[in-house]
Write a protein that binds this ligand. Sequence first.
Ligand code: MSP
Length: 641
Amino acid sequence: MDKTLTIVTPIYYVNSVPHIGTALTTIVSDVCARYGKVRGQKTWFVTGTDENGLKVHEAAVKAGRDPHEFVAEIAEEFKRIWREMDIEFDDFIRTNEPRHHKAVQAAYEKLRAAGYIYADKYEGWYDLSTETFFKETELVDGQSPDGNPVTWVSEENDFFKLSAFQDKILAHIEANPTFILPETRKNEVVAFIKQGLRDVCVTRTNPGWGIPVPGNESKVVYVWFDALLNYIAACGWPDEGWEGKWPADLQMMGKDILTRFHATLWPAMLMGLDLPLPKTLFGHGWILMGKDKISKSLGNVVAPIDLAKELAERGGCTLPVAKDAVRYYSIATLPVESDSTFSVEEFDRKYNADLANDLGNALNRSLSMAHQFLGGVIPDCDPESEVAQKITEAKQGFEKAMETWRCDEAANAAMDLIRFLNKYINDRAPWNLSKNQDPALQPVMYGMLLGIRSAVCLLSPVVPNTATEIARQLNVPVAVSWEEIGSKASLLAGTQLGSPSPIFPRLQPPKPAPKQQPAAEKQPAPKKEEKPVEPISIDDFAKVQLRVGRILEAEPLEGSDKLLKLQVVIDKEKRQIVAGIRAGYQPVDLIGRQVVVVANLKPATLRGVESQGMLLAAVDADGKAILLQPDREAPEGATVR
Ligand code: MSP
């Protein structure tokens, strides 16, 4: 039987709902799983909820709720939020499910029978918020090393012989270079193990919540011991059939739960159960808010879906694209070795720089020019060799990065291709090739379109909704086999391209607050004297020739903070137009856009530059231009009446 590619997230505590920190682990895992799927592998991606901790029970009791109902509701909320963020999980495991209870009790009995669990007295400190035991010597100023309060525990308990596995775990890490990633985390883990692993207390007095110890109802299984077993429980262990899914190929998590739990206790438990170890444990860094952790008590929680909704409202992109932007940001700024700091400003900057400027610009320019110069039909030719080579490099770079689950480097390899394409368009200037009827026009245009198609296919696990929208605009199928990416089969000659329509409108910086004038000084605005408008005849109006044009290039006019210099094509004819629209538009947002041009205006010289026409625009209350644009794609050069 073919082994499935199994990818799992940690299971989340149900005393909070997802925020951009917990979402990070889930989004990265989802991207890895989607990558497996696009590579054609049978993939199984699991997430779930960790429900047996004492804190959860306390929260339910405090809220006057039945704990089972309480956790079931929160687990549903997790599922809903993950689905809303386009997380494509194949299974969702809850530690209150019978399949999990069964696996925990079976594992407990097996380890006890093998002599790895023994009874003893436990005395030590317990941190309830992270469910961790600490020695006296590990406390810092009477608190846990993370600064959490601890309580003294003195109980008869069962212990797991973690110390017996110390050398075996070290040997496994040594023999399997990708068992713990990234490298720096591996070094931390090895240093921790070399300090000496001590046996772990694996039971607590039964508070009426948790999984009872087999044969001793007065005790429940320690919540970490219970929670870690979710991974094999979800695979169906101890019943037959688990071998098709276990071992996991990737266990993704934050660094906080790697060293003490996943890289020591978990492998030891698996070794004691005679089960194979996961192939890779990946411990990423944290997202911080300034210097602080994200936490409800600090009031700094940002929900991923709220971030997406706000972006859609502020930026005007659709919600599916805004969700992709959150996913893209999480991946592109993934904290791997160290931590990262979240701010809305940085989120906006990344959106504008990578998605609006780089990706959006490359797509709009390529599609618009293909309509302009090739009648919107994909030409039948090969791309120029430098483009073909860059596509191969991007694909290989993506694959190499994903061998060690570096989604951030993989995304960057695809974005490198996009950045290359924008430069290539500038260098090869298809508008000149067209004007000069240069035969290079077709290969250049094909390379631009194939480059975009390839980069977007590579990025599809990160930005699935954007990939769908771009495929729609290119009028090609969304799905393409991995082998086909970069080949001509992925972009068939003769295809009639769809209409370009900006996917990532650029975010404008927030308006500065208007200066407040003291009330007494406020003068009523002088009324504009309205001149009576003389009616004109239809013949007068007919003298004005209005045509639909398309902006191909846009740049600020040197020496002016109001004017932009535009290259606009009206059907086959190219015009240079100087327009006073700089206050309302960024040049990159204009490229590819259709506009209405007064085509028979006498040329004028503005700041030493000739302007061969005028764009029609409305004016807002601040005097800023609002360009008129056909309601849907109009034929090139269409007459406006
Ligand atoms: N329930 C345990 C895991 C048990 S797995 C057998 C747990 N849950 S958690 O809800 O607190 O955290 C789940 C994951 O979210 C962990 O990988 C954790 O590192 C990650 N993150 C929580 N906050 C985070 C950030 N601010 N930044 C990045 N990841 C963070 O631990």
